[in-house]
Design a protein around this ligand. Structure first.
Ligand code: PLP
Length: 392
């Protein structure tokens, strides 16, 4: 049989094989697992958005290819109006915005649009794996930027060797951050924009979690930095904002040339999104926020964080994203620790090593807990961890 392309070998082996095996075993034995693994909203998409989709889907004009230059203008205009209200940044929907089939698709293709064999990219470690895997598949070289607790899980740009920075083409950032739950300040974004200007880099900020935040915190956009539009592109998603992961819709905004480059690549690969989904997304961003889901996530966060802290596990309390990035107690490794939590407490978490070398020593817990109504499964998870005695 003919072999797939060599670049496919760049895709790393499935790191969670052992956890997946233990999960399958526990489920086969009929055990009741509390799944804090998956980062996918458990709540339904708000009903008015579903209604908007149904109405749009009944219009035959949405049944054909979206032949617009960059995606349904109705959506891009609504998104840019929202962006101006939310961040105070005016964008031209015709040249500074692009429809995506979910932000993952756009992020992956951005790497392909910019990375030639031998090109380098500065990529955080730990990180959402899409940046790294696509850079490697495109033949690029990854220059890792460790995200360390002592730096608030922000990369230390000053420690990137100048010759490496000059060789690179892209600087990837993701705030609010998956998996660490960290946030970035506007001052940090200012430094990053300055750094990219100095080293002629395209700054790519993945803002998929910009609207998932608690305690009144509002995440800034990198495009709020004066002059950022010269060097930066930001990726937004409807997935986490409106519980729409399955719908596959997002928007990239920012630098005109970068938007054009990504659009050129994409128009040779995909034919945009079902226009009815674009219209429903336009309705959502014009009319709704997702308060009830955020309030529920905050209830769960507080139960888990306070409960685990009461057991002596010093976990951080995220201001944004639905992830708790918990240091593994007593210097254990993340995979065996996650295995013990699964086997001995019936609680599933993700080992941090899956997000990169610097993710070792942590596990990620997601607040998107299937079957949880008002935090009772989170309370149960805490109780099970206590009863198991795993924390010693
Ligand atoms: N970016 C980050 C950091 C993510 O965690 C995810 C999904 O988990 C995405 C992007 C992709 O989101 P979507 O493709 O659903 O817009």
């Amino acid at each position: 049989m003919v072999q797939p392309a060599r670049r496919m070998q760049q895709i790393p082996p499935y790191l969670f094989g052992e956890i997946a095996r233990l999960k399958a075993k526990a489920l086969a034995e009929g055990k009741d697992l509390i799944d804090l693994g998956i980062g996918d909203p458990d709540q339904p998409t708000p009903a008015p958005i579903v209604q908007a989709l149904c109405e749009a889907a009944a219009d035959p004009r949405t049944h054909r290819y979206d032949e617009t230059p960059a995606g349904e203008p109705e959506l891009l205009e609504a998104f840019c109006e929202w962006f101006a209200r939310r961040f105070g940044v005016e964008l031209d929907p015709a040249t500074q915005a692009l429809l995506l089939i979910g932000s993952k698709e756009g992020l992956a293709h951005l790497a392909w649009a910019y990375i030639d064999p031998g090109d380098a990219a500065l990529i955080p470690d730990p990180a959402y794996t899409v940046y790294r895997v696509n850079t490697l598949m495109a033949g690029g070289r990854v220059i890792p930027m460790p995200l360390l607790a002592q730096n608030g899980f922000l990369p230390d740009l000053a420690s990137v060797p100048s010759e490496e920075a000059h060789r690179a083409k892209l600087l990837w950032l993701n705030y609010p951050n998956n998996p660490t739950g960290a946030t970035a300040t506007l001052e940090f974004y200012q430094q990053a924009v300055e750094f990219c200007r100095e080293h002629n880099l395209l700054l790519v900020n993945d803002a998929a979690y910009s609207e998932v935040s608690f305690d009144g915190y509002r995440a800034p956009s990198v495009l709020q930095v004066p002059g950022a539009l010269d060097v930066a592109l930001e990726f937004h998603s409807f997935s986490k904002m409106y519980n729409m992961t399955g719908w596959r819709i997002g928007v990239a905004v920012g630098n005109t040339q970068a938007i054009a480059a990504l659009n050129k690549l994409k128009s040779n690969i995909d034919s945009k999104q079902f226009p009815a989904i674009s219209r429903a997304a336009a309705f959502a961003i014009r009319n709704l926020d997702n308060r009830p889901t955020l309030e529920l996530l905050q209830v769960r966060r507080d139960i888990l964080v306070n409960g685990l802290r009461a057991l002596g596990w010093d976990v951080p309390c995220p201001q944004a994203t639905f992830y708790i990035w918990a240091p593994v107690p007593n210097g254990q490794k993340s995979i065996p620790f996650a295995g013990r939590l699964l086997e001995e407490a019936g609680v599933l978490v993700i080992p941090g090593i899956g997000y990169g070398e610097h993710g070792e020593g942590y596990v990620r817990m997601s607040l998107t807990v299937m079957g949880d109504r008002r935090g009772e499964r989170c309370a149960e998870a805490v109780e099970r961890i206590r009863a198991s005695g795993i924390l010693g």
